[in-house]
Design a protein around this ligand. Structure first.
Ligand SMILES: [Zn+2]
Length: 67
């Protein structure tokens, strides 16, 4: 769909002013406790968080079939 009305130059620039670079999120490694970036391997212990279906933050291992 197209926008109903053309945005003014100041509206466009006001919106784009919020699209700048942001600091990446940081979290603690569950394996060794050091600080690492989200969605990356831990720089200290090279721990990679497991992926899969989650419920309340926990991996549902019994749902993963092993054939
Ligand atoms: Zn670690």
């Amino acid at each position: 769909m197209l926008p109903c009305q053309r945005k003014t130059r100041s509206q466009t620039r006001r919106g784009r002013a919020n699209k700048g670079l942001r600091a990446p999120g940081f979290t603690r490694c569950p394996n060794c406790g050091s600080v690492r970036r989200h969605h990356t391997a831990c720089p200290d212990c090279l721990y990679v968080p497991p992926r899969g279906p989650r419920q309340n933050g926990f991996i549902l291992e019994h749902l993963v079939s092993e054939d």
